[in-house]
Design a protein around this ligand. Structure first.
Ligand code: GLC
Length: 404
């Protein structure tokens, strides 16, 4: 059954209700928890998703969300991926600092700021956010690229936002078949090691975990373009040129080092060994126009429209069915997440000839939410809802149908 206008209205209202119910204020900082029981804190890329959706109805709430997010920025420029505003016994990891984690997450922030600005042209807000953006992106371009290769490295799978993705199995020493507990144990081990060298990428990277991830760098490129726009709006011409230039450099480096034939793969270590595990990351480069039309067509045809790979009943599984690690209910190991759908949907729309598949991704997202509610992730074969409940990422459906 097709998704009706009424269905979209219902999903829109539910989205804003959940964003409201999950809203918290601590010490004057307002933020939205992704799920009250499972994720009772503030997360970096989640807050960017929240701000993008909130901006469509309540730009002030979106601004508060982003202000809270940057309020715990480190002196180095890093923005931590979790802020534990009110500590509970959930996610008890010793990150070596008080009140936050010591790692980051996909850098969608400049884009989120721009989307809020688009709604009400509040230059004072841009001005207020600019120093945080400036230091954060420079941190990613320098501390996370100590050898000046123009790609930003991640030091833990969680920095990708896809904690248990099979892209990282070999690096954390696990086989394709594994339990969630084993995976967590090894990631915690990694945190301990990182802690011993103060989470310093330049020193940690050689020894433990150093990945030039495709979605992370794609999102970086995308946001650098918006950061250049922001600098331009603020009459900071030199900064605007600088960030525009950085955007091109990272794009070139992705093409030089992560592209094999028509397909982009994440790479690890100083020799840029490609990690040839087929995940949704194959489609991520479209989000920032990093792939050419030919490369995008090849990748979509070969993988997304292929029933043995990513063409499941509900789109888009996070891992190809042809991978030994594929598990339709495994955490980041097969199910559909609405945020990855949102990224790919927006990517597909930047190219020619993908109208149908983009619509199928959007429609699948709506159908999953209608069928199973605002769950954290969904079985791509049955559409069953899995993981956290009252999960905010479903609200990205509002953005996908914006103006429809
Ligand atoms: C999980 C996800 C991560 C997300 C967080 C809060 O850790 O893997 O991407 O930010 O939950 O929703």
């Amino acid at each position: 059954m097709a998704v009706s206008k009424k269905d979209i209205e219902t999903l829109t209202e539910t989205s804003f209700e959940i964003l409201k119910k999950n809203r918290r204020t601590t010490d004057g900082h307002a933020y939205t928890v992704p799920s009250p029981e499972t994720y009772p804190y503030q997360w970096l890329w989640d807050s960017c998703f929240h701000a993008i959706v909130l901006s469509l109805r309540d730009p002030e709430a979106a601004k508060e969300e982003l202000r809270s997010l940057v309020s715990r920025q480190f002196g180095s420029g890093l923005i931590p991926h979790i802020i534990y505003w009110v500590k509970t016994d959930r996610i008890n990891i010793d990150w070596g600092v008080e009140g936050t984690s010591s790692i980051t997450q996909p850098p969608l922030l400049a884009y989120a700021v721009w989307r809020v600005y688009e709604q009400d042209a509040d230059k004072a807000f841009l001005e207020e956010m600019y120093p945080s953006l400036y230091h954060y992106y420079n941190f990613l371009l320098s501390d996370r690229d100590p050898r000046h290769n123009n790609l930003s490295g991640i030091i833990n799978p969680d920095e990708s936002g896809e904690d248990n993705s099979p892209r990282f199995d070999t690096l954390i020493g696990l086989p394709p078949a594994q339990t969630k507990e084993e995976n967590l144990k090894n990631r915690i081990e990694l945190v301990k090691r990182n802690k011993s060298c103060n989470f310093d990428a330049a020193f940690c990277m050689k020894k433990f975990f150093w990945v030039k991830d495709v979605p992370f760098n794609t999102i970086l490129i995308h946001s650098l373009g918006f950061l250049a726009n922001i600098a331009e709006e603020l009459d900071r011409k030199d900064d605007s040129l600088y960030f525009g230039e950085q955007k091109l450099r990272v794009t070139d480096a992705m093409r030089d080092r992560l592209l094999d034939g028509e397909v982009f793969w994440s790479a690890e270590g100083k020799n840029y060994e490609k990690i040839k595990v087929k995940t949704w990351a194959l489609f991520a480069p479209l989000f920032a126009n990093v792939a050419t039309q030919e490369e995008a067509s090849y990748t979509v045809r070969t993988y997304l429209e292929n029933e043995h790979e990513f063409k499941t009943s509900y789109l888009i599984p996070t891992v190809s069915q042809s991978e030994p690690s594929y598990d339709p209910e495994g955490y980041w190991r097969g199910p559909v997440w609405i945020a990855t759908n949102w990224l790919v949907y927006n990517g597909l729309r930047k190219y020619r000839g993908f109208e149908h598949i983009a619509e199928a991704v959007r429609e699948s997202s709506a159908k999953l939410l209608l069928k199973s509610g605002f769950r954290e992730y969904f079985n791509p074969e049955t559409g069953a809802g899995l993981g956290a409940t009252q999960f905010t990422w479903g609200s990205l459906i509002v953005d996908m149908y914006r103006g429809a």
